[in-house]
Design a binder for this molecule. Structure first.
Ligand code: ADE
Ligand code: ZN
Length: 348
């Protein structure tokens, strides 16, 4: 295994773009580009409170998570038909293939849609068909993770789960997203226990803006297998030790953290420190249409800002496969491709 590859630093950006990788933290509604929002609004006769694509894009200046979520939920209001969900997911998957994503585990927020009268079947069928077509046409492995909105009640989450169960074969797990502060993971303990009993994978956003205590309760009360974000973990030594010992992956999203002011700038992002602490950190795009970049932009910009090396690149790509919910045989095949790309870029 090429644990410490020697790569000419001048070739590092090309290597970051060429290496195969898994994306484990992408909200499909956050991949809706302003151009597609306007196209869908026109197709569906939905009125938008913005005059143009440019006016919408210029509203993307956020001070914290909630200021982003308000705009993000408004953008999703143009999604009405199965074809809309298909088109959105197909556009993301096409873009992901360009960035050498070989596996995508895609979050979706059904409550954002069912609350507007769109059926669960419409949402899941459109997204799932896009995943199947992308696998067949482009070879990318893609799977769906249903997220519960944590600003709503656990009762609402239970009702959402019931609506989704007829389509259980079309998603692999559940997550927890939306407004973190004031909505600790333990609020959803019973519904996550039910999901576990149903054999679903479990992840949760924790420690994005919220305290390390939320990461502890995501692990203990929800029994999650990965933590989404988790960048606040470094404030708690005992938590870091546990995450490292149990190889709990963190799906880190550098550009998101920068745009939502979790860190003042990318140079101060703690991704490198998370890796140095022995944690299974990964790089992801979160909401690429809103935060100024897809997964390779996240890699390129965070590496440029923090001076990480090819050894970090290897670790991050390898972590992404280890942390994914894909079959072990697929993971082995992707690791072999990773080795082959690294040997192409290694100095002789
Ligand atoms: N939904 C979409 N993006 C999110 C984020 N970064 N945190 C919480 N919920 C989200
Ligand atoms: Zn997220």
């Amino acid at each position: 295994m090429l644990a410490s590859p020697s790569v000419d630093p001048a070739r590092l950006p090309a290597l970051l773009q060429a290496m195969p990788k898994a994306e484990l933290h992408i909200h499909i509604e956050g991949s809706l580009e302003p151009e597609l929002i306007f196209q869908l609004a026109e197709r569906n006769g939905v009125r938008l409170p913005y005059a143009s694509v440019e006016a919408l894009r210029s509203a993307y200046a956020f001070s914290n998570l909630q200021s982003f979520l308000d705009i993000y939920y408004a953008g999703a209001s143009v999604l009405l038909t199965e074809q809309d969900f298909y088109d959105m997911a197909r556009a993301y998957l096409r873009r992901a293939v360009r960035d050498k994503v070989v596996r995508a585990e895609i979050f979706f927020d059904p409550q954002t849609h069912t609350a507007r009268g769109v059926s669960m079947e419409t949402v899941i069928r459109g997204l799932h068909r896009a995943c199947e077509d992308a696998q067949r046409e482009w070879g990318i492995s893609a799977a769906l993770i249903l997220c519960f909105l944590r600003h709503l009640s656990e009762e609402d989450a239970f009702a959402t789960l019931e609506q989704a169960l007829p389509f259980q074969g079309q998603f692999i797990g559940v997550g927890l997203d939306s407004s973190e502060l004031g909505h600790p993971p333990e609020k959803f303990e019973r519904v996550f226990a039910r999901c576990r009993a149903l054999g679903l994978h479990r992840v949760a956003h924790a420690g994005e803006e919220g305290p390390p205590a939320y990461i502890w309760s995501a692990l203990d009360a929800l029994q999650v297998e990965r933590i989404d974000h988790g960048v606040q973990a470094l404030k708690d030594e005992a938590l870091v030790a546990r995450l490292a010992r149990e190889r709990v992956a963190l799906t880190v999203c550098p550009l998101s953290n920068q745009k939502l002011c979790v860190f003042p700038d990318l140079a101060q992002h703690n991704l490198r420190a998370l890796l140095d602490a022995g944690l299974c950190a990964t790089v992801n795009s979160d909401d690429p249409a809103y935060f100024g970049g897809y997964i390779n932009d996240n890699f390129l910009q965070v590496f440029a800002a923090t001076g990480m090396t090819a050894a970090h690149a290897w670790q991050l790509a390898s972590n992404s496969f280890e942390a994914s919910f894909a079959p072990e045989a697929d993971k082995r095949a992707w690791m072999a491709r990773l080795e082959s790309v690294f040997s192409d870029y290694s100095a002789l």
